[in-house]
Write a protein of this length. Structure first.
Length: 132
């Protein structure tokens, strides 16, 4: 059992599980990008874009250590995603391979204006994918 209370199984061990299950960064991260999460990831699987981070599902080992680090509760396990956030699973997997997005392992300052956006909902329209 992990600290979170979640059973310590991995997606490759779970009968009938989808191949790509992992933890997922969701909406709340957009335009905030605190980056506290990257400091604890043992697999260095966070990938950074202009105003959002994603988790590369190919690297995530489901340890859940990143979850309590996020001040805005942006990280969920794939199987726990709220219904209206389900699309973030595929979005994480896709953006993790975006040629302009880079792995991030060092904590940075949050984005300017993060306090204004930290409690905002439905920020997907603000997502920037191109690194110019
Ligand atoms: Fe990294 Fe663990 Fe979070 Fe996956 S669950 S992103 S391995 S800290
Ligand atoms: Fe984003 Fe939370 Fe990490 S805001 S950068 S998921 S600490």
């Amino acid at each position: 059992m992990l600290k979170s209370g979640r059973p310590a199984f991995h997606h490759f061990c779970r009968p009938g599980a989808l191949a790509l299950m992992a933890f997922v960064v969701t909406d709340s991260c957009i335009a905030c990008k605190y980056t506290d999460c990257v400091s604890v990831c043992p697999m260095d699987c966070f990938v950074e874009g202009p105003n959002f981070l994603v988790i590369d599902p190919d690297g995530c080992i489901d340890c859940s250590m990143c979850v309590p680090e996020c001040p805005v509760g942006a990280i969920y396990h794939d199987i726990d995603l709220p219904e209206h956030q389900r699309h973030f699973s595929e979005l994480n997997a896709t953006l993790a391979k975006h040629p302009g997005w880079k792995p991030i392992t060092q904590v940075q300052s949050p984005l300017p204006g993060y306090e204004q956006w930290r409690h905002a909902e439905d920020k997907l329209a603000m997502l920037k994918t191109e690194t110019s």
